[in-house]
Design a protein around this ligand. Sequence first.
Ligand code: PGA
Length: 251
Amino acid sequence: MRRPMVAGNWKMHGTRASVAELIEGLAEQVLPSGVDVAVFPSSLHVIPVVEGLQGKSISVGAQNCAHEAGQGALTGEISSSQLADAGCKLVLVGHSERRQIMGEGDDVLIRKFAAAQASGLTPVLCIGETLEEREAGKTLEVVGQQLDSVIVALGINALVNAVIAYEPVWAIGTGLTASPQQAQDVHAAIRAQLAKENAEVAQGVRLLYGGSVKAANAVELFGMPDIDGGLIGGASLNAAEFGAIIRAAGN
Ligand code: PGA
């Protein structure tokens, strides 16, 4: 059985005061023991969040890392080893905002994925199609290619200590959610693609859904056989709402 995971991507939100308030709210939530919970604050807030959540079973991750694991002359970047040293356990790789707005392509994302693992962090590989690609019937092709680039470069075993998040770009921050069946169809295709390489890896890897998940739609989404939890953006900024989503994954 795969252990469900619910992760909160705080994106470029928060001040010291609002982050302190959010983690206080999280600490008050009654969380099911069977769900792995993680939050991804901005890099600036990683250390206070790690410190503030000490003793709670909530992991902290970063939203991005440099394409090299070690320290070095790379102005403005933060390496995976520095994130690990700060107490991070996971890192997002390939979020659509980084692919589309920051122009990150598969080559650099593969290096970030490898750097994360070299530092002992679990990469959460985000993949997903745009509305245009979905309407052109290219969803599985696009998602398959994004996943394949990592498998070809790093091998199927690189997915053993990783999480995959399927996030249709048209559902992120738009209030539009993929229907449970639409999401399940893509998740099943992702797992089938992995199974072609290695059935055991395919059965073990957690596939999260992301895109306008809220407490009101989480139960149905998480009830699908290949959806192992969620990557939550906007709704993770509200402790009570995020808590309710986590409890939905524990059902
Ligand atoms: P959303 O974001 O829940 O606000 O749609 C999800 C994400 O971008 O990870």
